[in-house]
Design a protein around this ligand. Structure first.
Ligand code: BYC
Length: 475
């Protein structure tokens, strides 16, 4: 089951050749995908050899093979993690029942909505990063961007396979729509807010891969618990690829911090203006980028109190990440405290039925995971002898979805009056001056091993190769 068949037009480990109708439907979608990739994927690098990893099996050992590939020739395909024999559903009213190999009719529209929402984010992120290759800080980073892009393309395939295989004509129409909506499009935008934000510089790219791909990790872990076994298996395999995307974000931001600390030492000052003059990214500017991307990504978990979340949990459709770590998998009678506005400008804890609080529970686990990177970067800052500390803003700050939407709150979580809020918000988010400084730093550096002046080199290269390796052949 593990072996991936690369001899077919669509590489797969789902025995696609045995289902001619499905195979034909997917082969019909394939050219539309390739057209989309040509128009909306990485701009202008189609003919270049890129050192990419490709999945060759789905087991933990050696699932990847590395080699030069031209991106349009990347072997996008359908890879599901191996089935767990006699798997049972681990949560909800159906806890302990056998996992489903097809979609139960009564849950069809809920599954379709979740799969479409997940699928929509994948091409969205490729569209957001369309132009980044032109301003890469190094060949190493350029290759990582392309690796992330081709894998997001594959994650789209993962969801399109489910739509085609299990949702008939509706599924095929949804698969077409996934290529018709576009990030930031005024008429047909992507479904979730963050995926319509431009990613026009590399600092945003690292924030996005740190914060937004990490939302992906938690959402995929929730779906990996699903009673619908093909969805669970698809998500389990996607998670192995997702880890690299978060690595790109965490090491990218860590390298920015390291370089800034070097500049602060050389210049003998932490004055943002001096650091900018020297071509670096001052830490307060980085903080404002973190504020922007973290608050935007928090919205991706949905409302604190959600009847949708309660229903999908109850029905065994979407669980909690690592469901096994919880004691009570049914969560029928329990309540969970959730912070909501008290109506008088403050905060109160409201007891919410645990099933309705699932979005908030997942968001809480996500926030803890986000804190780890900040701790590491702050250690670097502390070791360099500076008092400045990076911090995650409060989960109440700048929310557009849920209980805190439109409730003005400062980054430290204090209520803020409506009149002064718009002006103060500008101080907490990247200003036009911040963005134009970052833009001015976005000069393409492509000599092997060389780095742009605003970022430190990585500790090591890809797949045990040196940092100086020619990861993308531009000539
Ligand atoms: N923007 O009950 P509510 C990734 C909608 S990232 C716009 O609060 P519920 C990746 C919601 O759809 C992971 N709309 O929440 C990362 C609903 O609309 P309808 C993506 C939003 O239903 C980097 C209404 O508000 N995975 O993989 O529990 C690169 C009320 O909803 C937003 C998934 O999203 C928002 N931020 O939904 C590449 C997993 N938030 O239906 C990839 C699948 C909520 O009433 N999706 N709404 O019209 C889901 O699990 C759920 O749809 C949500 C929460 C997590 C989005």
């Amino acid at each position: 089951m593990t072996a991936i068949n690369y001899s077919e037009r669509i590489p797969n480990n789902v025995n696609l050749a045995n289902d001619r109708t499905l195979q034909r439907a997917l082969e019909h979608w394939q050219p539309a995908f390739l057209d989309w990739w040509r128009d909306m994927g990485p701009h202008d690098f189609a003919q270049k050899d890129v050192y990419l990893r490709t999945a060759v099996g789905v087991d933990a050992q050696g699932w990847a093979s590395y080699g030069y590939v031209k991106m349009p020739e990347y072997r996008w395909g359908i890879f599901l993690a191996d089935p767990i024999p006699d798997r049972t559903i681990g949560f909800g009213d159906v806890h302990g029942q056998a996992a489903w190999q097809t979609v139960p009719g009564e849950y069809r529209s809920q599954f379709r909505r979740l799969i479409v929402t997940q699928g929509d984010t994948e091409p969205a992120s490729v569209e957001q990063q369309h132009l980044l290759g032109h301003t890469c800080p190094s060949l190493y980073d350029l290759r990582n961007l392309f690796q992330v892009n081709v894998e997001e393309g594959r994650h789209l395939w993962a969801m399109v396979y489910l739509l085609h295989a299990y949702f008939g004509r509706d599924g095929r129409e949804e698969a077409e729509e996934l290529l018709a909506r576009h990030s930031g499009d005024a008429d047909k935008p992507r479904i979730l807010g963050t995926f319509n934000e431009p990613i026009s510089d590399w600092l945003s790219f690292y924030c996005f891969t740190y914060f937004t791909d990490r939302d992906g990790k938690f959402q995929l872990k929730s779906l990996a618990e699903s009673g619908f076994d093909p969805l669970a298996r698809t998500c389990r395999f996607m998670l192995t690829e997702e880890a690299h995307h978060m690595f790109v974000g965490e090491t990218g931001l860590g390298r920015v911090v390291r370089r800034t600390l070097q500049l602060m030492k050389e210049l003998g000052t932490d004055d943002p203006a001096a650091i900018r003059r020297a071509g670096g990214i001052d830490l307060p500017l980085l903080q404002r980028y973190l504020n922007f991307w973290f608050s935007s990504s928090l919205d991706l978990f949905g409302s604190e109190n959600s009847s949708n979340a309660a229903t999908t949990f109850a029905n065994g459709i979407k669980g909690r990440p690592d469901e096994a770590q919880y004691e009570d998998h049914v969560a029928l009678d329990s309540t969970t405290p959730v912070e909501v506005p008290d109506g008088a400008g403050g905060v109160k804890a409201e007891m919410v039925a645990t099933r309705n609080a699932m979005n908030e529970i997942v968001r809480g686990a996500y926030v803890k995971d986000c804190e780890l990177g900040l701790r590491r970067w702050n250690m670097q800052i502390q070791r360099a002898g500076h008092d400045f500390r990076l911090a995650l803003p409060s989960t109440r700050f700048r929310r557009s979805i849920g209980a805190w939407a439109e409730t003005p709150t400062t980054p430290d979580g204090t209520p803020c009056d409506r009149e002064t809020y718009p002006n103060r918000l500008r101080e907490w988010l990247p200003s036009e001056a911040d963005r134009s400084h970052v833009r001015s730093l976005m000069q393409r550096v492509v000599a092997p091993g060389k780095m742009a002046a605003w970022i430190a080199p990585p500790d090591r290269g890809v797949n045990n190769l040196p940092v100086e390796y020619e990861y993308v052949k531009l000539n």
